[in-house]
Design a protein around this ligand. Structure first.
Ligand SMILES: [Zn+2]
Length: 141
């Protein structure tokens, strides 16, 4: 992986999204939770997408989710991932509701909709810890 090109793709750490990145470094998937209606959302936003309240609390999510969709990237789209080809892009629906785009580590040969997955935390050379997903223990592969 071209780590400089990869690092350039990462969002800047700001005061607003720092709780998410600090959570990743601590091995915890943190999402904003609306103090008014309880909605959870990702990515970070200044107001609740459900009720527009600006009052929220960062809370740890379970890390559980299901595979909602996926594809395998065969063509070079981002130079940073040129030597990762082919790679899996996974669209995961978190148990709390929000979706995340990531990848699966050690994916089974055959994937299926609603495959239970869990968040895993992978430190990399960029200095950030990135959320990826693995097939949940006990899930039929
Ligand atoms: Zn709300």
């Amino acid at each position: 992986m071209d780590i400089e090109a990869y690092t350039a793709l990462l969002p800047e750490v700001t005061a607003e999204n720092r709780p998410y990145w600090d959570g990743c470094a601590a091995g915890e998937l943190r999402l904003q939770a609306c103090d008014a209606c309880g909605a959870r959302w990702f990515p970070q936003a200044p107001v609740c997408p459900e009720c527009l309240s600006g009052s929220f609390t960062w809370k740890a999510a379970s890390g559980a989710g299901t595979l909602w969709s996926w594809f395998t990237m065969h063509q070079r789209y981002l130079p940073a991932f040129a030597d990762e080809l082919p790679y899996l892009v996974a669209y995961v629906k978190l148990a709390e509701g929000p979706f995340m785009i990531s990848t699966l580590v050690d994916p089974p040969d055959e994937l299926r909709l609603d495959l239970p997955v869990r968040a895993v935390f992978e430190p990399n050379a960029s200095g950030r810890t990135i959320v990826k997903f693995a097939v949940a223990e006990g899930a039929a592969r």
